[in-house]
Every structure is written in C-alpha cells, then in structure tokens.
Design a protein around this ligand. Structure first.
Ligand code: XMP
Length: 515
C-alpha cells in the first residue's frame, strides 16, 4: 500500500479469515475513518508503525482452543490501543486472557435477541434489547478476570469489555446489515471509545490519485483494458484526467457479452469523452472453447486468449510502458491471500497474469477502494449512471452461464433468455435494487408438451440475487407476476427451451454464478 495517500487516522482490521472481514473495513470507512485489512499475524512492530487509532479483530472459521488456531501477537492486548474483537476476535481475547471458551451446545446462526445488561459507551443511547446477527460454533462461557459482561443473548454472552484496558468484544456481527444497530455500535466504538475524528473523504483521494499517476507516468503512455464494468471504467476515467490523450483504451468483444453490450458500452464511453478502440474477437474465443466443459478450464482459456488479443492489439500502438487496471481493494486482499485461512473458491482472472506477461508497469488507482467508493469516485468524475449502476458481469462472460459445452448456438440461446430476464427486471423497476439478474442454460433436457406435441428440450434457470459486495448473497423474492412473465416469454420466444426454473439458493453455501 502506498503510504503517501493513506490518511493520518487509520483503523486496522486484523483478518482471522471471516467472510465478513471486508465488510468490517467498509463499515469503518463509511463512518469516515480510513481502514485497512492486515493479516492476523502481522508483527507488532508493523502494527505500531501505522499508529492505528484502533484495532478490530475479525471473526474466523476456527476454534480458539484448537491446535494451530490463528493467534495475534500476545503483546497486542497491552499496547493501550482500543481493540474490538468480533466473534472469533472476542473468543480469542477471552481465551488468551484467561477466560473460558467452549463449543456451543448448538451452532448459533441467524438473528438473535440481544439484551444489554451493563452500562457502557458501546451501547450508550441504544435500546436495551435489539436484534443481532450471530454465526458461531463456540462461545465465551466465562470472561477473563476484570472483564464486565455488557450484553447477553438467550444462549450466550453477547458482549464483554475491560474499559481500563480499552478491550471490547462482541459475539455477534455488528458489520452485517442484519444487525440493525450494528453501525451505531461501531460508531460508538470508533468515536466515543477510540477517539476517532472521521475526516476521511473521497474527494481528497481523487486529487491525490491523479497527482500520483501524473508523477509516475511522466511523459510516458498507458493502456487500459475496459470491460464495461464499474471498476475498469472508473479507473480509465481517473487515468484520462491524469494523462489525457496519452491514455489508450481497448474494449474487447470476446463473443460472450450480453445482447447489444458491445455497441452500448462503446457509445457510453464515447459520451464520456474516452478514446476507446473496440476489438471484435468473438470468433477466436469461441473456437478455443470448442469441446471444453470444465468451468475452471473455460476460465483459463478465456483469460489466456484475452492476453493474446490484448498483446496483438497493444502492439499496434507502438511502445507503451504502463497498464491501467481497475483493481479494487477486495481484489488486492484476495490475490495477496491476506484472507488467511479462508479459501479461494473460483479463479477470478482479472488480477495478475496480464502485466507480468506483457512487461508493463502497473497503475492501479483504485486499489485502496471498495466497490461503493469506486462508484462514488465515478460519480465525481461524471461516469454515466448506466455504467455505475451496471450489474457486475464475470470476465469469462456467458461462458460460465452455459453449463457444459460452449457453442455459438448455446451462447445465443442463453443471451436471448438473459435479455428477457433483464428487460423484465427493468420493466418492474427492480434493476437498480438487485445485485445481479441473469439466465443460466442448464445441461439437462426434460419432457414438455406444446400444442399437441411432446417436446424434449432445454432448461433455463433464472438467478436474481441481492448482495452488498458479492461476498454473500440472497435470492430475491421476486413478485410472482414478474417471474411468470419471464418464464412465459423465455419459453415462447427462445427456441429450444421448454422449462424455466428459479434459483432459490443463497451464498453461501452456493455461489452467485453457476460455474
Ligand atoms: P461468485 O459466483 O463467486 O461471484 O459468487 C461473485 C461475484 O463475482 C462475479 N464473478 C466474476 N467477476 N471475473 C469477474 O470479473 C470472474 O471470473 C468472475 N466470476 C464471478 C460474479 O458475477 C459475482 O458478481
């Protein structure tokens, strides 16, 4: 992380592998306090150097009493820096400082009633009873000596603290939206307990990012591969401000885009004043995918082909030293595996690979920002709303929504069904309220009847999810009429489909995409 842009007031989130770690950091930033995620084993010296106002210990999948369970430096508790332990974080605090942590009788997962029992700035002015979100298999049975119990649930201790040592811990997850007062609890910890001032703002970030890019590139030139998505578009907008015509943008049609997307995105870029070279390369991607059914193999082939196309196109512009990428903070965390114990589930190919193979120097102006912050930067820079509010779309495109072999016919089929899903979502006024809405072509046939004829045709699954960051997601309870219109239209307008199903799985345990 480049330190010159990091503000003076920072809160470090020690990551013990929770799926919610990023969410904690985002929530802190939403409160105007700059925050970064660091691995749980970061040496004490490195923590001290950053002069954090506070430390937050994330949750994690392990049990504190297990051998090899992740632990932070034992001197951390005595730094005098305010600490908030969340879930695994409070269990670790309790376990290491002499309390007792035991397996819960039953794993507690979901909403619970929390009752505030003590007086503490952490809950000051909040209702004495509130709903909180729990997800734990262990619990603190007895707090360490000198600790107070601040809150309880029916089955466990909800919050403990040692105010003189400035140590606080909660068993529930204040960072998730399912804990309605979570933001207020974090606010109290940051401002009233840790004394943060909350002056971190994005406008200052934009100025310094432009300045940094100008300095770094000097009189050189930079290339940027656009995807039509928020991240690459905002990165390009920022780079264009810094470099003007010395920025060259490419947008590749890999034959796996949604209907009309290539033309529409190029038009939007033009309206932003970005100079973008559109490259039609669909045929060669589809040729490479012939006969391939394995999801990871599809992703690798598409990634490699993208690099080949990019290399050829880039060569036409003569020597270019820099590459602008829309890497965001979540990508940085995932690809440097600060995430510690939590596993990489799918190989997302948009980070890494490209610059190493092409010998570029990398510019990643968004690498400190979360998605919603990227959107806000985009708004400041006048990036059109159609791009900022665009649903995320996987790099490998429709290939991971055609289960089984990716043929031009099957891509066209899922593209037609997808267009109907999106049209109906828009018509119902729901496009900006959902995270993603799309169609998936399943590799199964089933029997149907159309008119007097028996049919034996394919199945489309509709997936519509809500999410805040793509890390967790829930299926959207769409009105039945909307589902009905989608299903009727897909069956009557898309040849080869005689059945439509709606995906009602959440993430976890499922993922958003099917491959
Ligand atoms: P999953 O399926 O892992 O997806 O729950 C989480 C989010 O990431 C998007 N996604 C990708 N984005 N390259 C990308 O740029 C990829 O290979 C990729 N795979 C999944 C997905 O659409 C969802 O928003």
């Amino acid at each position: 992380m480049r330190t010159e842009s990091s503000p003076s007031e920072v809160v470090l989130v020690l990551d013990f592998g929770s799926q919610y770690t990023q969410l904690i950091s985002r929530r802190v930033r939403e409160l105007g306090v700059y925050s970064e995620i660091v691995p749980f084993h970061l040496p004490l010296e490195r923590i001290r150097e950053r002069r954090p106002r506070a430390l937050i210990l994330s949750g994690g999948p392990r049990s504190v009493y297990e051998e090899g369970a992740p632990r932070c430096d034992p001197a951390l508790w005595d730094l005098g820096i305010p600490v908030l332990g969340i879930c695994y974080g409070v269990q670790l605090m309790a376990h290491v400082l002499g309390g007792r942590v035991v397996p819960s009788e039953r794993r507690e997962y979901g909403a619970a009633r929390l009752e505030v029992v003590g007086e503490s700035p952490l809950f000051a002015g909040l209702p004495r009873e509130m709903t909180v979100w729990m997800s734990h298999g262990d619990e603190v049975q007895q707090p360490p000596e000198g600790f107070q119990v601040l809150a309880r649930t029916e089955r466990a201790l909800g919050a403990i603290a040692h105010p003189e040592r400035r140590l606080y811990g909660v068993q529930f997850h204040p960072e998730v939206a399912h804990t309605p007062h979570g933001r207020e609890i974090l606010r109290r910890f940051l401002f009233d307990i840790a004394g943060c001032r909350g002056q971190w703002r994005l406008s200052a970030f934009i100025e310094s990012a432009i300045e940094r890019m100008r300095k770094e590139v000097g009189s050189g030139r930079a290339l940027c591969a656009l995807s039509g998505g928020v991240d690459s578009s905002v990165a390009a907008a920022l780079a264009a401000r810094a470099l003007g015509p010395r920025l060259i943008c490419l947008f590749v049609d890999n034959g796996l885009l949604r209907r009309g997307e290539f033309e529409e995105v190029l038009r939007l870029y033009e309206s932003m004043g970005l100079r973008v070279h559109g490259v039609r390369a669909g045929e060669r991607f589809l040729r490479r995918l012939r006969g391939v059914t394995d999801p990871e193999e599809k992703r690798k082939i598409i990634g490699a082909e993208f690099i080949a196309v990019f290399r050829e196109e880039a060569a036409r512009f003569g020597p270019v030293e820099f590459l602008v990428q829309g890497t965001t903070y979540p990508d940085v965390i995932e690809s440097t595996s600060v995430k510690g114990p939590s596993a990489v589930i799918k190989s997302h190919h948009n980070v890494g690979g490209l610059p190493e193979q092409l010998g570029f120097r990398l510019l990643e102006p968004l690498r400190e920002l979360f998605k919603d912050e990227v959107r806000e930067v985009g708004r400041h820079l006048g990036v059109p709303r159609e791009i900022l509010e665009r649903h995320p779309f996987p790099g490998p495109g429709l290939a991971v929504r055609v289960l089984g072999e990716v043929t031009p016919e099957r891509v066209e089929l899922v593209r037609a069904a997808d267009a109907i899903v999106l049209e109906e979502i828009r018509r119902a006024g729901l496009y900006e309220q959902v995270w993603q809405a799309f169609a998936v072509l399943l590799p199964v046939r089933s029997v149907g009847v159309m008119g007097d004829e028996r049919t034996y045709e394919q199945t489309i699954a509709i997936r519509v999810v809500s999410s805040v960051d793509g890390m967790t997601a829930d299926w959207v309870r769409l009105p039945h009429e909307v589902l009905e219109r989608m299903a009727n239209r897909i069956i009557s307008e898309v040849r080869g489909v005689n059945r439509v199903v709606y995906d009602i799985s959440s993430k976890p345990p499922s993922t958003i995409e099917w491959e």
